[in-house]
Design a binder for this molecule. Structure first.
Ligand code: BTN
Length: 266
């Protein structure tokens, strides 16, 4: 599999020599953290055929069956304060829209902040984790973990997500080779890495265009609290600007946001 991915990566790709393949692993993000702590360099890419403990945001699991999707993490060492990387998940989402379009010929949209969706079904997600260096207050390393469903049929998903998840082959009607998608994802992440700081505004404009959450009635769930509101815009860092039912306007940077009609408003 690693050879197939390499054969589809450009020979110029700067991350070719730091690509690791695992037939099965608990979580590529967890392994990436361990490698980063041991000094793995910027651009180390981990890809797994399956994950036994794939993790999503808010402590959720990410279904990662063998041969059905791409489960990939990359280690970044940008040497900047964490505040400069608030848009990292947005940038990765825009990059993944490009990779999916190139591979499957469909243009996914983004459910704020980290879900790739197509016609109200989740195709995949992004889990970004930053670790600051306590001595310098700069980022020691950042991990971008991405899972994209490629080949599942509806019944291949766990029953509790069968109505809200889809794979690229389901929505495009094409046979999708995980190795092709993995190579496109790596190339798109390399481009993202090159422009992350120099083209932030352009990246955020693209995110805004593809974000299905904007203009929608939303339900914000934070711990025990649920608040209804309308998503009116994104700030420059990717925070969601929400007008709540009591008329107050606040920027939301964490918590679960559900869009009415999307996944049934859960
Ligand atoms: C989400 O849906 O909230 C994010 C899902 C992220 C899943 C990917 S799969 C590769 C990497 N390893 C993990 O354990 N999680 C991410």
């Amino acid at each position: 599999m690693k050879e197939q991915i390499l054969s589809q990566l450009s020979t110029e790709c700067p991350w070719r020599d730091t690509l690791y393949w695992y037939d099965t692993i608990d979580s590529t993000n967890t392994k990436a953290k361990a490698l980063a702590k041991d000094g793995a360099p910027h651009g180390t890419v981990l890809i797994a055929g399956s994950q036994t403990g794939g993790r999503g945001r808010l402590g959720r699991s990410f279904s990662s069956p063998a041969g059905m999707g791409v489960y990939l993490s990359v280690i970044l060492r940008p040497n900047c304060p964490p505040e400069d990387l608030m848009h990292l998940t947005c940038a990765a989402a825009v990059a993944m829209c490009d990779a999916v379009e190139r591979t499957a010929g469909i243009h996914p949209r983004i459910k704020w902040t980290n879900d790739l969706v197509f016609e109200k079904k989740k195709l995949g997600g992004i889990l970004t984790e930053l670790c600051p260096d306590p001595n310098t207050a700069l980022v020691d390393y950042g991990i971008i973990g991405i899972g994209i469903n490629c080949c599942q049929t509806k019944l291949d998903f766990p029953s509790d997500i069968q109505n809200i998840a889809a794979s690229l082959s389901m929505v495009s009607g094409k046979t999708i080779r995980p190795s092709c998608l993995a190579a496109a994802m790596i190339e798109a992440l390399v481009d993202m890495d090159r422009t992350l700081f120099t083209e932030k505004e352009h990246i955020m404009d693209r995110y805004r265009k593809d974000c299905i959450t904007l203009g929608q009635d939303i339900l914000l769930v934070r711990g025990e609290d649920s608040l209804y509101g309308t998503a009116v815009d994104l700030d420059a860092e990717g925070g969601l600007i929400v007008r709540f039912a009591d008329g107050s306007v606040k920027t939301v940077t964490s918590g679960e946001v559900s869009v009415r009609g999307m996944y049934g408003y859960i």
